[in-house]
Design a protein around this ligand. Structure first.
Ligand code: C2E
Ligand code: MG
Ligand code: MG
Length: 448
């Protein structure tokens, strides 16, 4: 028997057996059999109810929560220690949990998952219980190599039935498992809705790539000094029904799930094809930049793939620039190193300059060709904002980088940048991103 209730029931069972013997001795047989049959049904039901988590859930009238606890790396434990030893480790964990759950009960699922039903007065009761269980589990040492660890998902039960509440606790546990620093996670409807939305976006992106529903748009970069287009940026668009969805609506989800690796390679190939076309038509296009996500940058075969594409389509190094954003970089050392390697073979531009964590250190280490000042600094009219913008331009010029201001929308912004010596602009003021046909037309118009 795993818990205290089990022990109580054992005592009840013994008392029941004793009563049977006494009744059989004292009463006539038929009467005794009837009473015993009824008593058997009652005691049996109590026994089943007391051990069944759903019945306990149903009868528990106070506030209750379901905690879904899952041993980490259970598959690995099974493989490494073998099924029998693994099972005894999981059973030991169950005993420990059982002893700590004083007002509820525990059920196992697949041996290494535990579903805990517990009553509570406040959220802190649940957190305390989790912390206690967590400590006990961590103290189970399989051997000197391996300590057990566990993750928890919590659903503070609502009006819905047991199954729905258990599902929510399991979903919350999955979320806790996807985040290294979280030991437990409470179920939160909005978080799961956004997870669901993300999954839908990701499915759409995968479908779109398979069915060639991505299109590359080109936004010209204009140099006022020579009054000409000096290049463009390739920006991906998703064709959905009759709409074109801009990258900003899906790029974060794509990046989060590693999809940008496929997307960047696809965009590069499309751009190389178009460069080949422009060259055949002898249309001057300057330099086209493509965005490179963090995931792509970390791909082992990235350099080989990019070099191969350039070779396959007869694209020269000077035709292409790789735009690296350092917007959400965590491991900046690693980023600098990778950018450094990349910049030996390709033209590199730092996108969204000024809003990342490593801008300045990257400038000193790498052969960067261009920096693109983030739109945030272009629209900032505060005194400090202007000072920052002026000094970024000054610094870039002193270090002999090409400097591009992005997101320029108004004549005022354009004039201001011009007065500060930032001669290349990209933004709606000069042109929105264009489909390839319109972009080619614009180039032809400019060159005629
Ligand atoms: P980004 O590289 O900084 O690109 C500039 C974004 O600003 C583009 O949005 C562009 O359409 C928008 N923009 C251009 N001019 C203006 C303007 O005057 N005003 C305003 N408000 N916005 C302007 P988009 O195309 O939605 O792209 C958003 C981000 O998505 C890009 O920011 C880039 O980081 C990423 N992205 C786009 N295409 C790709 C791609 O092929 N691969 C990867 N990894 N990322 C991409
Ligand atoms: Mg960019
Ligand atoms: Mg940018």
């Amino acid at each position: 028997m795993k818990n205290r209730i089990g022990k109580v029931l054992l005592v009840m069972l013994a008392l029941y057996a004793l009563t049977c013997i006494i009744m059989l001795y004292l009463l006539e047989f038929r009467k005794a059999s009837l009473i015993l049959a009824i008593a058997t049904v009652i005691v049996g039901s109590i026994f089943v109810c007391a051990n069944d988590i759903k019945a306990r859930y149903f009868f528990m009238k106070r506030k209750k929560a379901i905690i879904y606890a899952d041993i980490n790396n259970s598959k690995l434990i099974r493989l490494y220690y073998g099924q029998r030893l693994a099972n005894s480790i999981f059973d030991l964990a169950l005993d420990k949990i059982d002893n700590l759950v004083t007002n509820g009960c525990v059920k196992t699922k697949y041996r290494s998952n535990y579903i805990i039903l517990t009553g509570y007065n406040s959220k802190s009761d649940i957190v305390n219980l989790i912390n206690k269980i967590n400590n006990e589990i961590q103290n189970i040492k399989c051997d000197e190599l391996f300590n057990l660890s566990i993750k928890f998902g919590v659903q503070m039960c609502d009006e819905e039935g047991y199954d729905q509440n258990e599902n929510k606790a399991e979903l919350a546990c999955n979320l806790a498992k996807s985040n290294i620093s979280n030991t437990y996670q409470f179920y939160n409807a909005s978080e799961f809705e956004s997870q669901l939305k993300e999954k839908m976006i990701l499915n759409e992106l995968i479908y779109a790539l398979k069915h060639k529903q991505f299109e590359v748009y080109y936004q010209p970069k204009f140099d006022y000094k020579i009054n000409d287009i000096v290049g463009s940026e390739a920006l991906v668009r998703l064709k959905k029904d009759s709409e074109l969805v801009p990258a900003k609506n899906f790029i974060d989800v794509a990046e989060k799930h590693g999809f940008t690796v496929f997307l960047d390679k696809y965009v590069l190939k499309e751009v190389c094809k178009k460069i080949q076309e422009l060259k055949k038509k002898k249309i001057e296009f300057g330099i086209i930049s493509v965005n490179v996500s963090r995931n792509t940058l970390c791909e082992e075969d990235m350099m080989d793939y990019y070099s191969k594409m350039l070779d396959d389509y007869g694209v020269k190094k000077s035709d292409i620039e790789l735009e690296i954003t350092e917007r959400d970089s965590n491991n900046t050392d690693d980023l600098s190193e990778r950018v450094h390697k990349l910049s030996r073979k390709f033209n590199v531009s730092i996108d969204d300059f000024g809003i990342g964590k490593s801008s300045l250190s990257m400038l000193s280490e790498n052969n960067i060709r261009t920096i693109k000042i983030d739109r945030k600094f272009i629209v900032d009219n505060s005194e400090n904002g202007k000072k920052i913008l002026n000094n970024i331009i000054k610094l870039a010029k002193e270090l002999e980088f090409e400097v591009v201001a992005e997101g320029v929308e108004t004549k005022e912004q354009y004039d201001y940048l011009k007065s500060k010596g930032c001669n290349i602009i990209q933004g709606y003021y000069y042109s929105k991103p264009l489909c390839y046909e319109d972009y080619e037309k614009l180039l032809l118009e400019k060159r005629s």
